[in-house]
Design a binder for this molecule. Structure first.
Ligand SMILES: *Cc1c(COP(=O)(O)O)cnc(C)c1O
Length: 466
């Protein structure tokens, strides 16, 4: 047979795959950034371009800034991948996912010691933020219905909390038009006190929020004292003010580490609790939980009964569609680990964080500011150093460690702290490595500060240095 010369201009990309991915034209040209390209590119090329760009992100396992889970077992990851294509809201099509959510809510209500004669209700959310917004709405509606029934004005609701709350509380108050009564922190303890709460509550208070493990220092508000105060207010003044516990982190720690600590539905005025499944619930983001002690704490007008795709479902959420996987992964952890498994993991995290705190304290250079052992983290400030935690944090970043430094909220806004969250996959060995890098960074900052001072004194001839 006679062969003929091929016209090169019609030759397709796929026919020149003799080179590696990087030899292809997509890697010698800028990537489309702000205008959707007219044509696509091979999957392999798109994957590699984005994969490589994301290498600039920090390494999640060295990220001590976030409370959010950075490791799960391969079997959990498999379940997550298998269910990525299920929209949670299609209850009728995926009834088993709804059943699984219900099991988790049941387990949580009991873990939080809901009395058996209460009909607790709850829902999965995207995170604690959505759960908190839903709780604020429920309490606002309950308060308003009660005021209307009593023919009293209901145009001025307020919510009371300490300045140690997460930013979502301020956001919720603003979004849902509730006056925010934010109590400045107590010096030295960096939490709120029941006495301060007592001064702020009134007949228009829809709810008091208390934190089980603040994001700033990991400490706990005096939840039981605030509850007792609210019980007293109910008796003496007749105002039935619910207490919401923000257990974003702590609600998955306290039940396993300190089961006798009374912070949950055992307390009379605690009517709602949120928890972040993606923090110490040990699930990848985004999953949170809201549990209401009793269905009466959730006004029925807020629960939507939707007829959709063939069935009726009840829905209490801010958004509609979402992924089912994190809910399934939460259930996986519950049955895989059980209470004893969670307790073992929490105990390791606590002991590794104590170990790090003690080692740092023993150097005499740091003051550990989370005196209560509520969460596995270390929050510290520098003891008379010539440099700041911000410089230390920056220096650690050069090694790959992500350790945040920040100022505390109102009343303690001059206190600069550095905080390290110890997660499941942060072993004792990692603690040792981190400690040694902190000390190395500390000494090199000390040296460069000393050098700077000497230079300022003119002892060194600057021209010799350059
Ligand atoms: C993380 C956190 C939140 C917000 O939770 P998300 O799950 O990130 O939405 C709220 N409150 C506290 C105390 C937190 O630690």
């Amino acid at each position: 047979m006679l062969s003929k010369k091929v016209d090169l201009s019609t030759k397709k990309e796929s026919e020149t795959e003799h080179t590696t991915t990087y030899g292809r034209r997509y890697f010698g040209e800028p990537v489309p950034k702000y205008v959707m390209p007219d044509d696509g590119m091979p999957a392999r090329a798109a994957y590699q371009l984005i994969h490589d760009e994301l290498n600039l992100d920090g390494n999640p396992s060295l990220n001590l800034a976030s409370f959010v889970t950075t490791w799960m077992e391969p079997e959990a990851t498999l379940l997550i991948a298998e269910n990525l294509d299920k929209n949670y809201v299609d209850n009728d099509e995926y009834p088993q996912t709804t059943v699984i959510q219900e099991r988790v809510v049941n387990m949580l209500a009991r873990l939080f010691n809901a009395p058996e004669d209460c009909e607790s209700v709850g829902t999965a959310t995207i995170g604690s933020s959505e759960a908190i917004m839903l709780a604020v709405l429920a309490h606002k509606w309950t308060w308003r219905k009660r005021r209307q029934a009593e023919a009293k004005p209901c145009d001025n609701p307020n919510i009371v909390m300490g300045a140690d709350v997460h930013t979502v509380w301020e956001k919720s108050a603003r979004y849902f038009d509730v006056e925010l009564k934010l109590i400045p922190l107590q010096e030295d303890t960096y939490i709120v006190s029941a006495d301060e709460v007592a001064k702020e509550v009134d007949e228009n208070t829809i709810c008091v929020a208390a934190v089980l493990g603040t994001t700033f220092t990991g400490q706990m508000d005096p939840i039981k004292e605030i509850n007792d105060l609210l019980v007293d207010v109910k008796k003496t003044k007749g105002w039935d003010i619910p207490l919401h516990v923000d257990g974003a982190s702590g609600a998955f720690v306290a039940p396993f580490v300190d089961p006798d600590l009374e912070w949950d539905f055992r307390l009379e005025q605690v009517k709602s609790i949120n928890a972040s499944g993606h923090k110490y619930g040990l699930v990848y983001p985004g999953i949170g939980w809201l549990v209401m002690k009793d269905k009466n704490d959730l006004p029925e007008e807020l629960v939507f009964r939707i007829t959709y795709l063939g069935g009726e479902m009840t829905n209490y959420s801010l958004n509609f569609s979402k992924n089912s996987s994190p809910i399934i992964a939460q259930y996986y952890n519950f049955i895989r680990l059980g209470k004893s498994g969670y307790a073992d993991i929490m105990t390791n995290m606590m002991s590794n964080s104590h170990y790090l705190a003690e080692k740092l304290r023993d150097t005499g250079k740091f003051e550990i500011i989370n005196k209560q052992k509520t969460l596995p983290l270390v929050a510290l400030r520098l003891k008379d150093a010539a440099f700041t935690v911000f410089q230390l944090s920056k220096m650690l970043r050069q090694k790959g460690w992500i350790v945040p430094a920040y100022y505390l909220p109102e009343n303690a806004q001059d206190v600069a702290v550095m905080r390290m969250v110890i997660k499941e996959n942060f072993s004792r060995d990692m603690v040792e490595l981190l400690f040694s890098d902190i000390m190395q960074a500390y000494h090199s900052l000390e040296l460069s500060e000393a050098e700077r001072e000497e230079r300022a004194k003119g002892k060194k001839n600057l021209s010799l240095l350059y």
